[in-house]
Every structure is written in C-alpha cells, then in structure tokens.
Design a protein around this ligand. Structure first.
Ligand code: GLU
Length: 304
C-alpha cells in the first residue's frame, strides 16, 4: 500500500476545507492557536512512519487523553470500572449536564466529560503520584520524554470551566466522586492539557492497533481483550454525538479532541493521527475527519 501517495492525494483534495469550521474558543488559550493548520501521520505496526503537513507542531490533545485515562483505569480496576461509568454512546453533547442528572450520576461513557472526570477521580485514588504517574505513562506510549502538560492551557480551562465544575458537583452529589472536587478538576484539566504533535500522537495510539506485542507500559498492562474493548468504546463513543456519522464515514476506532486532534487505529496495521483546529458544530476537526474518510476510502482498509 503506497500510503505516502495516498496522503498526498488526500492533502490536495481536502485543501478547500482549510478555512471551514471554527476552532474551540471556550478555552481561552486554545483561541490563540493558528487555526489554518493540517497534519497527518501514520505509524504502521511494521514501524514505518508516513506523514504530511504540520506533523511536528504540538497541540493540545484535550479529550484524546481520555483514551489514556481509560487504559490506566481498566488496567487497575478491570471490569469493576463499569460500575462507576457506562459504555454506551451518549448521543448528547460532550459536556451534557442534563444527561448526567437523568442517569443519576453514572456517566454514559468514559469519553464524555462526566465520564472522564470520574476516571480522573479513580486515578487520584489509585496512583501514588498521579500527575507524575499519568505523564510517565503517556510519555512511554508516545516513546518520547518531551511530552508534557501545558499548565497555561489547564489554568485557562479551569478559569472558565463552569460546566465541568457543575458536572463534578453533580457527580459528588450522586456519590460518584471520592476525592475533593477541586483536586479532581485540577487533575482532569491537566490531563486534557497534554501537548503532542501528530507524530507523537500516532505513535502513542500504535499499541491500540498492534496485535502482536503485549500492551505493557510501566505498570499499565492490558490484555488483548481489554485493548479490543477500548477500541470498541472508541468506535461507539469517541466522537461525541457525531460518533454515528464518524463511524459511517470513516470506520476506524478513534478519539477526537476539541484541540482539533484525532487519534485512530486500523487494528493490526497502523495508527493514525490528524490535527487541524477548525471544528464542525459537534466539536470534531473538519479536515481531520475528511482526511480519515478519504484514507479508508482510497485504501479500502477499515474495520467494516
Ligand atoms: N477539556 C475539554 C473540556 O472538558 C475537553 C473536551 C474535548 O476535547 O472534547 O471541555
């Protein structure tokens, strides 16, 4: 498969979308990013790296971090995790408060904000040094010790994080948060603030595509069956209330973030990361989604 040639064709085809959509600005620090960027990087299970565009510019991975949090929580708690958070697509906005109330404090899935705030609480309770242990794990996955939190983005989100604070308060009311609300929010925003470029993100998703090696990074060990299940949750819940559309168009387990990034996997073959800050109305990268749609169309490689 000539991925290089395919990426070049895709780049030409999506160019007219470069100014379509709006970057997230509800987190003030994200509004400062140049929105007219696009990068894509494929890392294959054979170790090849194929890339195009702005692949070495770090961006805020935001909700993509929830895949890493889920991996840690599943490795620590196993199936018990699902008593605190569900695994059904939400069909609602990623920060919906109404749904959490109707579900009486059990978030619909780990990839909406409420679910990821519960994951942050679990990690706070179970890790010896949560900020360090989390970052160490993400660095190991990315194979790069330069990956770091962006404390300015985290502080900026905390300052305006009224809805996430409301979600955390509701979780506490329903006794689904063990730790102090402020501590949980601080850690959640920090996780979302992790900065990576497309190369690092693609590499950090490779273990979710690789069916040959064991998933073992530091103390985080997942069975092949758990990796399969994380992919399943990505497929059904990874794109907020756009998950059906994303599945229909792309057909690869993936996770998006409001920083404009997407990480996705073609199990057994490759991981791919895209980044372009302009988002559609559901919060997903316009160029990124189109690029992945064309990738699976041109290669005829998808899980469907
Ligand atoms: N930190 C963001 C928030 O909580 C993450 C949202 C996202 O990327 O979907 O609103």
């Amino acid at each position: 498969m000539d991925y290089k040639k395919i990426l070049e064709e895709i780049a030409v085809e999506i160019e007219p979308l470069r100014h379509v959509g709006r970057q997230a600005d509800y987190i003030p620090a994200l509004a400062k990013v140049n929105p007219d960027r696009f990068g894509i990087c494929i890392t294959t299970t054979d170790g090849d790296v194929i890339e195009w565009g702005d692949v070495s510019e770090p961006f805020s991975i935001q909700s993509i971090t929830k895949v890493f949090s889920l991996s840690m929580c599943l490795s620590m708690l196993g199936e018990k995790l699902w008593s605190r958070v569900g695994k059904e697509p939400s069909g609602a906005a990623f920060n919906s408060l109404i749904q959490l109330e109707l579900d009486r404090g059990i978030p619909r899935n780990p990839f909406i904000n409420a679910g990821a705030i519960v994951l942050a609480d679990i990690l706070l309770s179970n890790l010896a040094d949560p900020e360090k242990d989390y970052l160490d794990f993400v660095r190991e996955l990315a194979g790069d010790s330069h990956v770091d939190y962006d404390r300015e983005v985290a502080a900026s989100e905390r300052e305006k994080g009224y809805i996430n604070a409301a979600i955390a308060n509701m979780l506490k009311y329903y006794e689904n948060l063990d730790n102090d609300i402020e501590d949980v929010l601080h850690f959640y925003f920090l996780q979302c603030s992790v900065r990576m470029d497309c190369r690092q993100l693609s590499r950090s998703f490779l273990p979710f595509a690789d069916r040959r090696s064991e998933f073992l990074f530091g103390s985080v060990r997942l069975t092949a069956s758990q990796v399969k299940r994380i992919n399943a949750v990505m497929q059904t819940c990874g794109f907020y209330n756009d998950a059906g559309e994303y599945s229909y168009l792309v057909g690869l387990p993936g996770k998006s973030g409001v920083g404009g990034g997407i990480g996705a996997v073609y199990p057994g073959r490759y991981a791919v990361a895209t980044w372009s800050p302009r988002l559609n109305e559901k919060g997903n990268s316009v160029m990124g989604m189109k690029a992945l749609e064309l990738l699976t169309t041109y290669t005829r490689e998808s899980i469907f």
